[in-house]
Ligand binder design. Structure first.
Ligand code: BT5
Length: 325
């Protein structure tokens, strides 16, 4: 009911809507309307109430990554048609996996905080309360499992293009990091459940540091946030923009097999093409020159014996010669 109230107030744009009108439209008593409004205000919604005029939403609270804030007039077919928003959770990826089988394609899980946020290979992902965007999307594409890793690149391309459209100068460090000023602002974790020929579901996890000003010591050298880089952008706008960008590139890929738009963004905004980088895999560390990202989405490098090789995203990590990039 509270979601419906917000929706109705939002549909009224900048006009006041009377308690009587709300109670009529929603089929509840005026006292019930008043009670719901009171709770919404406590949740952070800035609802103005004026005697005899009614209610108006003054400004959408950009701190709340709720379904209503994100999906109001959102132009997508299936992404984010259902959003579950939590105050705290272990990991949005783990929760998404636990409900994936019975969830709709495009369902999104968002939490203000993760107590066990995770990166690849069981690494930790720092996810402090209200400081970032910690979200996972459940996807059920009808494609072969071997085509799934490309979805990480689609996610990277959509994050970077969403951020750049919002005025943020960001880059992709293939395959799964987003970078501002040589530091990591976002990471992507794609998990797959599949049989040999068929995908059951993919959980696409995205973590973006938005408001963090102080990082824990272990990551303070490599991590940054949008606020730290002086980009004060609303989390709601970022999520909305990513969902729209992602859906477009993703549908191109799974319905038409098209990769060009994603690859173009990955190349154009690459943080590593043309640079010397270290490729880390297990205990090995190899210095190579990064040449390109090929049409399969693999990294093309030249090794120290001048041989050109292809690296698949798999479980490699990349470091720059002078630091993180
Ligand atoms: C990633 O792994 O970059 C994937 C991160 C995915 C996080 C999202 S949040 C929503 C969803 N739910 C989850 O539980 N996870 C996903 P990887 O490439 O393995 O990088 C992990 C490394 O990044 C760590 O070992 C740290 O060095 C560093 N790191 C950890 N937290 C960070 C942060 N908040 N910002 C920048 N770097 C961080």
């Amino acid at each position: 009911m509270r979601e419906k109230i917000i929706e109705t107030i939002l549909n009224n744009q900048d006009e006041f809507i009377s308690g009587e009108e709300l109670s009529k439209q929603l089929g509840i008593s005026r006292a019930a309307v008043w009670k719901h409004i009171k709770v919404l205000k406590e949740q952070g919604y800035n609802i103005e109430s004026v005697n005899k005029k009614g209610y108006k939403l003054v400004k959408k609270p950009d701190d709340l990554l709720t379904y209503n804030n994100i999906c109001h007039e959102l132009d997508t077919n299936f992404m984010g048609r259902k959003i579950e928003h939590f105050d705290t959770i272990c990991s949005t990826n783990d929760y998404a996996k636990s409900i994936a089988s019975e969830s709709l394609d495009g369902t999104i899980i968002i939490s203000e905080e993760q107590t066990k946020g995770k990166g690849r290979l069981g690494r930790q992902w720092h996810s402090k309360i209200s400081e970032g965007i910690w979200m996972s999307a459940i996807l059920k594409p009808n494609i072969s499992p071997y085509k799934a890793p490309f979805i990480t690149l689609i996610a990277g391309a959509s994050i970077v293009s969403a951020l750049n459209k919002l005025g943020v100068n960001s880059q992709i460090k293939w395959p799964n990091d987003i970078i501002i000023n040589n530091k990591k602002v976002a990471g992507i974790l794609t998990e797959l459940s599949a049989e040999i020929e068929r995908i059951n579901y993919i959980v696409l996890g995205i973590g973006i540091n938005v408001k963090t000003m102080e990082f824990s010591q272990e990551i303070s050298e490599i991590a940054t946030s949008l606020y730290k880089e002086n980009y004060r952008i609303s989390r709601v706008d970022i999520v909305r923009s990513i969902i729209v960008e992602f859906e477009r590139l993703y549908l191109d890929y799974i319905n038409k097999g098209l990769k060009e738009s994603t690859l173009k963004i990955c190349r154009e905004y690459s943080a590593i093409i043309g640079k010397e980088i270290y490729i880390l895999q297990g205990d090995s560390k190899e210095l190579v020159k990064c040449i390109d990202i090929n049409d399969q989405g693999n990294l093309v490098i030249k090794d120290n014996s001048d041989k050109t090789r292809e690296i698949m995203s798999g479980e490699v990590s990349i470091r720059g010669v002078k630091g993180y990039v």
